[in-house]
Design a protein around this ligand. Structure first.
Ligand SMILES: Nc1ncnc2c1ncn2[C@@H]1O[C@H](COP(=O)(O)OP(=O)(O)OP(=O)(O)O)[C@@H](O)[C@H]1O
Ligand SMILES: [Mg+2]
Length: 250
């Protein structure tokens, strides 16, 4: 049996149907942890549509479901009920392997804690997702160097995370996330461990990738001045989207 091709990012306009589907469409998404009296409703019915090229900040109190929603968007978790369509593909119908391909080929991740491999050079950290894609060494090196250059880390390729500042480590993590040219970047509190100046440097980078390469970005933050970089702010409250509107301009 021929298995269907893994869904990639939206194809060129020529191949897209007249009305291209939104990049992301969550409909009635719930996520319940546990069951019975101990059931914990992390998401209570989330409807959310994102267009390609948007830069969205996700805000809301601790425990309101932001990370749970990000995990679902990132295909790291699946809804208890409701649907998630990515570029028109119903993620709920995909096998575990197909979801892994979708993650590998279309999504990039950045976390608060950088999550780099210790005792591994910046270049090797950035090359890792390209190894999973089966790229040859020469092309991996070239693309990883290009990604590190794009985050302002030319000359730091051979340094390990312990030899880099927090801001530099997060730049390496961003290079690792964009080296595969994903359609969507998911960033959960990317500036949460950084001082304000370093945080704004990271935001300048993300804004540049959004504007210049059309990278769709979904970013969780607790800080209003960080959310102000996004063009749209979605606010969670008790597992629901409480508000959804235009962002500020920083
Ligand atoms: N694996 C889990 N098992 C049980 N409950 C969970 C699990 N993960 C999250 N929860 C619960 O689901 C709710 C939403 O959690 P979530 O991590 O999405 O919140 P958040 O908005 O990201 O909060 P924060 O701002 O603190 O990161 C919380 O009440 C949390 O305790
Ligand atoms: Mg969280």
């Amino acid at each position: 049996m021929i298995s269907p091709a893994p869904p990639g990012p939206p194809g060129p306009a020529a191949r897209a149907p007249a009305a291209a589907p939104p990049l992301v469409a969550l409909a009635g998404v719930t996520r319940v942890y546990g069951s019975g009296p101990a059931a914990m409703w992390a998401l209570r019915g989330v409807d959310l549509t994102l267009r390609q090229g948007e830069f969205v900040a996700v805000m809301g109190p601790s425990g309101s479901g932001k990370s749970t929603c990000m995990n679902i968007l990132g295909c790291l978790d699946t809804p208890t009920a409701g649907s998630y369509r990515f570029a028109g593909v119903d993620v709920g119908t995909l096998s575990r392997d197909q979801r892994a391909y979708l993650r590998r080929d279309s999504l990039g991740f950045v976390f608060q804690g950088f999550n780099l491999l210790a005792r591994t050079s910046a270049l090797e950290n950035v090359e890792l997702p390209l190894i999973y894609r089966g790229l040859q060494a020469a092309e991996r090196h070239e693309r990883a160097r290009g990604a590190l250059a794009a985050v302002g880390l030319t000359g730091w390729e051979d340094h390990t995370p312990a030899e880099l500042s927090g801001g530099q480590q997060q730049r390496v993590a961003i290079a690792r996330a964009i080296v595969t040219r994903p359609a969507m970047l998911l960033a959960d509190e990317p500036t949460g461990n950084l001082d304000s100046a370093r945080g704004h440097e990271i935001m300048a980078l993300l804004t540049g990738f959004n504007r210049d390469q059309g990278l769709t970005i979904v970013m969780v933050t607790h800080e209003a001045d960080i959310a102000a970089y996004a063009d749209r702010v979605v606010r969670f409250m008790d597992g629901r989207v409480e508000a959804d509107g235009a962002g500020g301009s920083a």
